[in-house]
Design a protein around this ligand. Structure first.
Ligand code: TLP
Length: 344
């Protein structure tokens, strides 16, 4: 029985079109910037994101790491949302590579407003580390794939800039946000100085993310990528899938969002389950249930993979490898394990 894998949208396998493009990809040595397929992907990503230049990086973590490095100086602080990926899931790379402390700010639904950020902004001073940049996450993963209202996002960027602070956008799922808002992705990130988007999540590419921003910054980013071991040589094999991801996959994301809503509704109707985002805007459902670790193990035994994200909550993520039928089966499995042995 094939597994129904709702652990993350990182688990997607390349589509037949991606596999074909990878097979046929024209390649060269990308460290010499001679891989025509990588060059095409970088040019196209820059265009789609509305930035001067873009760089193909192996992972979202590396894209964020380089983005923070570009916008900060050693010893500064980065203001980020408390449940954000940068602070919690990147092995403290902001500290390790950029020498920066992340200053966490808790925000409802993971959506930072300038009012929440302002009290945490620190100028140069004799005792404290000055703020170097602001980092925003759109969609916000652990808050349940929440989407920044565009006016809030733009306002944070404008006010940050007025304070001389640049903004890095962790847009791992920015295409989901764009699909939810029905707006081009370039509009969503227009005011961010640097943006990272993942090709290997909802867009389905096997590997890779894009970092985009001003051309001069991307020249530096290329060197940081090399330092981090991200000089990928004949990476056109991977970039070929990335191009398909950019062109073909955004159009179908509404399907994933509808499946997430279906899951949230079904989960919400189960006794003992509390959905924390009952109307998911994108492809992530976060829900509380008794004994998440046991529940996850029992689901696995029934062919459904859903991971706990804390002592009290689990996260289910929809993507193109799970159908509506799979979601219905997953719901039936949750119902079985969350309310076991009713007859006893
Ligand atoms: N997120 C993964 C895990 O690391 C938690 C997932 O399963 O959701 N930014 C955001 C908002 C992300 O969700 C992720 C991955 C990344 C960055 C890092 O991307 P990768 O995994 O490509 O390094």
């Amino acid at each position: 029985m094939p597994l129904i894998d709702l652990r993350s949208d990182t688990v997607t396998k390349p589509t037949p079109a991606m596999r074909r493009a990878m097979f046929e990809a024209e390649v060269g040595d990308d460290v010499y910037q001679e891989d025509p397929t990588v060059n095409r992907l970088e040019a196209r990503a820059a265009e789609v994101l509305g930035k001067e230049a873009a760089l193909f990086v192996p992972s979202g973590c590396m894209g964020n790491t380089i983005g923070i490095k570009l916008l900060t100086r050693h010893g500064e602080e980065v203001i980020a949302e408390a449940r954000g990926h940068l602070l919690n899931y990147e092995l403290s790379m902001a500290a390790w590579f950029s020498g920066c402390l992340v200053r966490p700010v808790a925000a409802p639904d993971g959506i930072l407003t300038w009012d929440l950020i302002a009290p945490q902004v620190r100028p140069r001073g004799p005792h404290w580390a000055a703020t170097g940049c602001i980092e925003l996450e759109n969609t916000h993963n652990m808050a349940g794939g929440t989407v920044y209202p565009q006016d809030v996002f733009d306002d944070v960027c404008d006010r940050a800039h007025a304070h001389g602070l640049p903004v890095h956008l962790d847009g791992a799922r920015l295409f989901n946000a764009a699909a939810a808002l029905g707006r081009p992705v370039s509009e969503l990130c227009a005011k961010a100085d640097t943006v990272m988007v993942c090709l290997s999540k909802g867009l389905g590419a096997p590997v890779g993310s894009m970092l985009a921003g001003p051309a001069a910054l991307m020249d530096d980013a290329r060197l940081y990528r090399k330092r981090l071991g991200g000089g990928m040589r004949q990476a056109g094999i991977l970039a070929a899938a990335g191009l398909i991801a950019l062109e073909q996959m955004p159009a179908r994301m509404a399907e994933d969002h509808a499946n997430a809503r279906f899951l949230a509704e079904g989960l919400g109707a189960l006794p003992g389950v509390r959905v924390l985002n009952p109307e998911p805007a994108t492809n992530i459902v976060v829900f509380e249930a008794p004994e998440p670790a046991r529940l996850s193990a029992d689901l696995k035994a029934r062919g459904v993979l859903i991971n706990p994200i804390s002592e009290t909550a689990l996260r289910a993520v929809t993507h193109y490898d799970v159908t509506r039928e799979d979601c219905a089966q997953a719901l039936a499995a949750v119902q079985e394990v969350v309310t076991p042995c009713r007859s006893h």
